[in-house]
Write a protein that binds this ligand. Structure first.
Ligand SMILES: O=C(NNC1=NCCC1)c1ccc(Br)cc1
Length: 326
């Protein structure tokens, strides 16, 4: 079978939320689909009231198919320092018509401040490899891994949009969502991520700089995080741009016209329009850049700033990533 679900951007395209049905009768919660992690966790009736801000909850006691996973716990810390932890149930989970009968659904008994403040998001749905799922003592599979063998094709596609509804498709490739040919490239999943080797980059219409490095495709990270050498070259082309230690990255005058950023995947060239690199206004006149350094993280992240300019196939059958413009 196959299915599709819409994904809606929050302010500044900071994150994208998609409706997920959990339990019997189905309870719908909006979750942040995250190809950079592998836990499906939700705010529930067990999440302390003082750690919530109106989020919609999943209540396993109201689901006839919910089963507590005795003795199981989870505890996750994300790359931005946010964290959550709790206990585990299994229940029926459906996304866009694709159903997994017994999915590990992790109930949050503790969530950190950024999750507490995010009223629209009821939790995260991990789409990385289950080798980095945090459930103990028995590690659990992701929704995609549980669904994969029943899907028409063992893949999902990500079509994020700038300030507009996009979609996650499971089990099929919708040719109307991209232009040109899809460039497939091998995935290095040794760290549990959808890792790949970009082949270089280009700022605006200048020459292409061939270079091979390691990066991950991560829908859960908002920005495009690259080695500082590339980031410095990009922002050196923007008059008035500067590294602002107080803001923790490059800022630039909001009225500047920004150059595009092109990345290579083998011979393919993915183009990110210049205005996608304006992440958010800090003041009326100063804006925060969407391309920032990944040096502190250890490797590059193609987050939403890059992904919303692309159609990306996450193929769990042959462990490849497919890239196309749109
Ligand atoms: O945590 C990561 N991605 N997902 C999310 N971030 C914030 C909430 C969800 C992440 C993954 C790999 C690396 Br390297 C850095 C960060």
């Amino acid at each position: 079978n196959f299915g599709t679900v819409e994904t809606i951007p929050e302010a500044f395209d900071r994150e994208y939320l998609s409706p997920v049905q959990i339990g019997t009768p189905p309870q719908t919660v909006n979750l942040n689909f995250d190809t950079g992690s592998a836990d499906l966790w939700v705010n529930t009736n067990e999440t302390p009231e003082n750690q919530q801000n109106g989020q919609v909850e999943y209540n396993p006691t109201l689901s006839s198919t919910a089963k507590k996973m005795e003795g199981a716990t989870w505890d996750i810390t994300y790359g931005d320092g946010s964290a959550s932890s709790g206990i585990v149930y299994t229940d029926v989970v459906s996304i866009g018509g694709v159903t997994v009968q017994s999915q590990a659904v992790e109930s949050a008994q503790q969530v950190s401040s950024s999750f507490q403040a995010d009223a629209a998001s009821s939790g995260l749905l991990g789409l990385a490899y289950g080798t980095i799922n945090t459930v103990q003592p028995v590690q659990q599979k992701t929704f995609f891994e549980n669904a994969m063998n029943d899907l028409a094709s063992p893949l999902f596609t990500v079509n994020l949009m700038k300030q507009a509804a996009g979609s996650y498709d499971f089990g099929y490739i919708n040719a109307s969502e991209y232009t040109g040919e899809i460039q497939y490239t091998p995935v290095d999943n040794s760290r549990g991520f959808w890792g790949f080797n970009p082949s270089g980059f280009q700022v605006g219409n200048s020459s292409f700089n061939a270079s091979s490095w390691y990066a991950i495709a991560d829908t859960g990270t908002s920005l495009l995080l690259l080695p500082s050498g590339m980031v410095d070259i990009y922002w050196s082309a923007v008059s008035g741009a500067k590294f602002d230690a107080l803001q923790g990255g490059y800022t630039f005058p909001c009225n500047t016209t920004l150059p595009s950023f092109t990345f290579g995947v083998e011979e393919y060239r993915g183009v990110i329009p210049g205005h996608f690199m304006n992440y958010a206004a800090i003041t009326k006149t100063t804006c925060f850049g969407g391309i920032q350094s990944s040096d502190a993280l250890g490797f590059s992240i193609f987050g939403d700033v890059a992904l919303k300019a692309q159609f990306v196939v996450f193929d769990g059958g042959d462990n490849t990533l497919g890239w196309a413009n749109k």
